[in-house]
Design a protein. Structure first.
Length: 401
């Protein structure tokens, strides 16, 4: 487009803008007149005769004077500085990381699967499911005739070796070497008898711990080996509950800390316990750490394999808690307007945790400090503010600003 056309269009746009300004703004005509524009031209643009324009301008000036006077009067009533009306709330104290809740699985404090120490045929079962046994009680027996015979043979051989060794020691006709051989033969016979008695003893399947018998998995006449599971045996006077906690609790949890556990099968009943052990590393995949708690089972109502909701309580970390409406943002981050001596002060905050009714922040705020929550659009650093009353009308007035 040629340069002269661009200049013509620009001049036309400026002229239209000036005409609109004069037409819609009552004081614009007087401004142009003071700048040297003829009164007739201004009257032509505004659509009013010269007299009416001057009268309108006079009335406008008088109205402006009255408005200024009224504004000064209202400002005087509000303190002379046109204080900004705001609603406030005091700062509270909130606590985070004060409670840990996790799901864990229970297991008996002692649990074994009883297996025989030798192979053979089940000859006798001496317990039933649910029976309580003591350590060393016989649960079942294998056939033992062969082992009895071998024990008796070893006993006879030992008796013969003892008599021979005794005779060699009493008679002077035997050399010292013969006497030594007889003593060695006696000791070997004693070892053979001990081995035979041990093999016979292993035909008895005994309880290795105190506990409660589970379902017996064999019957009389079954052939078993030393890898056959005879029965499960649980000592459930106490239960161990393994659960996983977020890594932020890794340093806070120590053995001996109190825990509370509740089971789905026992609603409303809480079982007391303590931390038994804490794992030495954090799981890289889940960023959690394994914790083992021990809970009492005095009435024998809990069973291994149950799920538990484990709760632990901590002192927690305390932070200032403010209304979510109080937190504002600018180019440097989040802040709140703190009200000090009816002045607004911008206080920087770092958000720690968001809740539905409050936000926990890390800042210089302390409990009881006052922050603005409504009417924040016109608040400025160091500006004078007026705190609205607690009535509904005051709140509605602030909301409309």
């Amino acid at each position: 487009m040629p340069l002269w056309k661009q200049l013509a269009i620009s001049i036309a746009l400026i002229f239209v803008a000036l005409c609109s300004w004069v037409y819609f703004s009552p004081g614009a005509g007087q401004t142009l007149v003071s700048m040297g524009v003829p009164q007739s031209v201004v009257a032509l643009v505004s659509g009013q005769p010269d007299g009416e324009g001057q009268q309108a301008q006079g009335q406008s000036a008088q109205g402006a004077g009255r408005g200024q006077g009224q504004g000064q009067g209202q400002g005087g009533r509000r303190g002379g500085n046109q204080n900004i009306l705001v609603a406030t709330q005091p700062v509270a104290i909130g606590v985070v990381n004060d409670r840990l809740s996790a799901i864990g699985d229970g297991e008996a404090i002692e649990a074994v699967t009883v297996m025989p120490q030798a192979s053979g045929t089940i000859a006798e079962i001496l317990v039933s499911s649910g029976q309580k046994v003591k350590k060393g009680d016989i649960i079942a027996r294998l056939d033992r005739e062969e082992q009895v015979i071998l024990r008796d043979q070893a006993a006879v051989a030992l008796r013969s070796a003892k008599e021979k060794a005794e005779s060699y020691r009493n008679l002077q006709s035997f050399s010292r070497l013969d006497v030594l051989d007889a003593q060695i033969a006696e000791e070997q016979a004693q070892l053979q008898l001990t081995t035979a008695e041990l093999n016979l003893k292993r035909r008895d399947i005994v309880a290795p711990i105190d506990g409660t018998i589970g379902i017996v998995g064999v019957s009389i006449g079954d052939n078993v080996t030393n890898t056959t599971a005879i029965v499960s045996l649980d000592n459930r006077s106490q239960l161990l509950v393994d659960f996983w906690a977020p890594e932020r609790f890794a340093a806070a949890v120590t053995p001996g800390m109190a825990v509370e556990a509740s089971s789905v099968s026992r609603p409303g009943q809480v079982f007391k316990g303590s931390v038994e052990a804490v794992d030495n590393r954090v799981d890289e995949a889940s960023r959690t750490i394994r914790i083992r708690a021990k809970i009492d089972n005095p009435d024998d109502v809990l069973r291994a394999g149950m799920s538990f909701n484990v709760v632990m309580r901590f002192p927690g970390d305390q932070y200032a808690a403010v209304n979510p409406l109080a937190v504002q943002w600018d180019g440097e981050g989040s802040f709140v307007w703190q009200i000090i001596d009816n002045k607004s002060v911008k206080t920087r905050v770092t958000i720690v945790q968001r809740n539905s009714d409050q936000i926990l922040v890390d800042s210089s705020l302390t409990e009881g400090d006052v922050v603005a929550v409504e009417g924040l659009q016109r608040v400025r650093e160091g500006g004078a503010v007026e705190v609205a009353g607690g009535d509904r009308a005051g709140t509605e007035e602030v909301a409309t600003r």
